[in-house]
Design a protein. Structure first.
Length: 723
């Protein structure tokens, strides 16, 4: 049978990859939101960061917590956007590397958005606008918000709410002042994969919406079984609202087992915070214990999944065997690894990469007679006992009930009453309003055309190059220990190459946008080809020609490192544009430019390249080369930097003036007592030897010209010697 296409999932993929619109991806429990999240690296070429509100959610999503990535303090977050007089982020300290990460990011994915507070989203907006130097919402970064607002809500203490209520009607993310400025599309996944029974699905939908019909209530309450005591083989898990009651149940059940206790200690490598531990650091188990797998089987056998219940049948110091209902063979449980990651910016390629900073290795199990509703989010159970009347917040009953595959698989500790079905009215209203912004082919077409125009503006635009050139100017102004013409060359590039193109680019892209919106493909391809040829010559070729005429040298290590980074980035930006222009000259579709850019920005870039600048030269280049080689040898012998031996400014001055006496050497600016006492004799000896050799060559040249009746210049003679 041909598999039916999930239209909503296709829209989600297209809006991520072919637009810059913000996306709210929602859907009932079990509709595949997490599966879509994990497929994103294969879908998009955009530089993506994944964050979540809690540590466990971040690890499950393969990203970082919001607080950690954005370096946001805990507690209420007040921003100017929300109307605060002073921002909570005023004194925020952010490293240069972190700023570069913010600037490189194109797509920000926030998982479990239902638990993200509005003030946190406004804080993210403030940070990205500030460090990306953009007044657009979220600094121009595309948002993909994943979650179900009918599930678990944001957590806020009464103390925090007493402050934040002055700025927000509720703390659901959609009340973020920044989000209200955004243009977004709401995509709701509708195909439910967890449950198949239409009657149970209808009951869940009513609980989700906060209106339980009398018939559904009757059917659901048939699952109330007083004093229910299941057989051990049935392996029910109890869902409760509080950590304390869950721990008490699990501890009591484990203590009742008379078998020998085994404790398995996790191995932690690197940095892995305690609050992010996926299971116990010291996992205590006994034969007969009911456990739950907390990871999908990473092997090809796929014998277990996150949420699968089983019973411990064998234990020793190194092995654990689990039997699951309905399966003939026991599972020999391997240890699994959880990674704590952070995002880093690859200095050489400019690409955002995930770096593993810690690894937690442990058996993927936890005691499972009971679990909290919060920690059950995302899990699936065949059988569960649910204490619904202790649900204390919006969405908790729905989360608990929707963990079950079937109505027959759940048992209620008490009948459902009206207090157990709680749905926030503001959520209901937001869903009603946002349902007007649903995807269709026309909306996608509009978003895609906008994205193409934006992409072409980036490709033909010169803003990124101009900002980098100004960064070089500021860098050179900040330091004075350098020689050469780099400053003058950068100024020339700005005024003679970059700025003259700005007006041209604006008019050109406006013309291209007309062709795009009017679907004039042939005219668009023709104009793109002509424009690419023009920009290839007047931007890339001219830029490279001018900058490679620059002369630069410095002994300042900080300056050299910063210039090297800017040089590599400049090269990559210009090279990326050149690749795009070549593609457009060859009639490659606009949509393919993003893949070209991604490859150039690090996905396939192995070795970083830079513009090759010319070295500083002296009036006496041969003497300068002799002194330079001597300085490098001395630094190697003493295991120090070359500048610690002799600063290159002084070295160049010595080569220019060629002193032959100690008094002449001391007269050179910068040459002090330390230099003359340590290296004066060696320097003078090198100068004299060079001078004597030069004199001999001058005599030889004079004799050649006289004897042969020639007029060979000194420069020509030197070039002849090199040959």
């Amino acid at each position: 049978m041909k598999q039916q296409i999930n239209k909503e999932l296709e829209y989600a993929k297209d809006f991520v990859e072919r637009s810059s619109w913000h996306i709210f991806l929602t859907g009932k429990a079990g509709t595949g939101k997490t599966t879509f999240l994990h497929s994103l690296p294969k879908i998009t070429k955009k530089k993506m960061v994944v964050v979540a509100p809690t540590g466990i959610a971040a690890i499950n999503a393969g990203g970082m917590t919001i607080h950690s990535f954005f370096q946001i303090p805990f507690g209420p977050l007040l921003t100017k956007k929300a109307g605060a007089i002073k921002s909570s982020l005023t004194d925020q300290k952010v490293t240069k590397i972190k700023i570069k990460q913010f600037q490189a990011m194109e797509l920000l994915v926030i998982d479990e958005i239902s638990m993200v507070r509005a003030d946190m989203l406004d804080a993210i907006d403030e940070i990205l606008r500030k460090y990306r130097r953009s007044m657009e919402p979220f600094g121009g970064v595309q948002l993909l918000l994943i979650g179900d607002l009918q599930q678990l809500p944001p957590v806020v203490t009464s103390e925090d709410w007493s402050i934040l209520k002055n700025f927000y009607p509720t703390l659901f993310f959609f009340n973020s002042h920044a989000f209200k400025e955004c243009r977004y599309v709401r995509i709701e996944l509708k195909k439910i994969y967890r449950q198949e029974d239409p009657v149970f699905i209808q009951i869940l939908n009513e609980v989700r919406d906060g209106f339980l019909s009398s018939n559904s209530k009757l059917l659901l309450n048939r699952r109330y079984i007083p004093n229910f005591n299941p057989d051990k083989e049935q392996r029910y898990i109890r869902l409760s609202t509080h950590n304390a009651s869950v721990k008490a149940i699990n501890d009591k059940k484990l203590e009742e087992l008379k078998s020998k206790s085994f404790v398995y200690k996790a191995q932690i490598d690197g940095q892995f915070p305690k609050h992010n531990y996926p299971t116990e650091f010291e996992l205590e188990l006994k034969i007969g214990a009911q456990v739950m797998f907390i990871r999908n089987d990473s092997s090809s056998q796929k014998r277990y999944y996150n949420g699968k219940i089983g019973e411990v049948t064998f234990l020793n110091k190194k092995k654990i065997h689990i039997h699951c209902e309905g399966e003939a063979e026991e599972i020999i449980v391997p240890k699994e690894q959880w990674e704590e990651v952070k995002y880093v910016l690859n200095k050489k390629s400019g690409a955002l990469e995930t770096k593993i900073v810690g690894v937690f290795t442990q058996f993927p199990l936890k005691l499972a007679w009971a679990i909290t509703i919060h920690k059950s989010q995302g899990l699936t159970f065949a059988r569960a006992i649910i204490d619904t009347n202790r649900a204390f917040d919006h969405g908790q009953t729905y989360v608990a009930l929707s963990r079950c595959r079937s109505l027959e698989g759940l048992v209620l500790t008490e009948p459902i009453n009206e207090y157990a079905v709680i749905c926030d009215e503001t959520v209901r209203l937001f869903h009603k309003i946002s349902s007007d912004v649903v995807p269709d082919d026309d909306l996608l077409d509009t978003a895609y055309k906008e994205y193409q125009v934006s992409l072409l503006r980036d490709v033909f635009g010169t803003n990124s190059i101009e900002q980098l050139l100004f960064s070089v100017v500021h860098l050179l102004q900040k330091h004075n220990r350098w020689e050469g013409s780099l400053y003058e060359v950068i100024e020339k590039l700005i005024h003679e190459v970059i700025q003259p193109l700005e007006v041209t680019t604006s008019k050109f892209v406006n013309l291209l946008s007309v062709y795009i919106y009017k679907n004039k493909r042939e005219e668009l391809v023709s104009r793109l080809r002509d424009g690419a040829l023009y920009y290839q010559e007047h931007l890339c070729t001219q830029f490279t020609k001018v900058i490679e005429e620059a002369v630069f040298e410095s002994d300042n290590s900080e300056l050299r490192v910063e210039w090297a980074e800017l040089n590599e980035t400049l090269y990559r930006v210009v090279q990326t544009k050149a690749r795009c222009f070549v593609a457009l000259i060859n009639s490659v579709p606009v949509r393919s430019l993003k893949e070209i850019i991604a490859k150039e920005e690090g996905r396939l870039l192995v070795k970083p390249q830079r513009f090759d600048l010319k070295d500083v030269t002296s009036k006496n280049p041969e003497l300068y080369a002799i002194l330079k080689l001597w300085r490098e040898d001395k630094a190697s012998d003493k295991e120090c930097t070359t500048s610690a031996i002799l600063h290159f400014n002084i070295m160049k001055a010595i080569a220019d003036y060629a002193p032959k006496t100690m008094s002449q050497l001391k007269a050179i600016p910068g040459v002090g007592t330390t230099t003359t006492s340590q290296y004066g004799s060696e320097i003078l000896q090198m100068v004299r030897q060079w001078s004597d050799k030069s004199s001999d060559e001058d005599i030889l040249l004079k004799k050649l010209n006289e004897d042969l009746g020639l007029n060979i210049t000194k420069d020509a003679f030197d070039r002849f010697k090199e040959l």
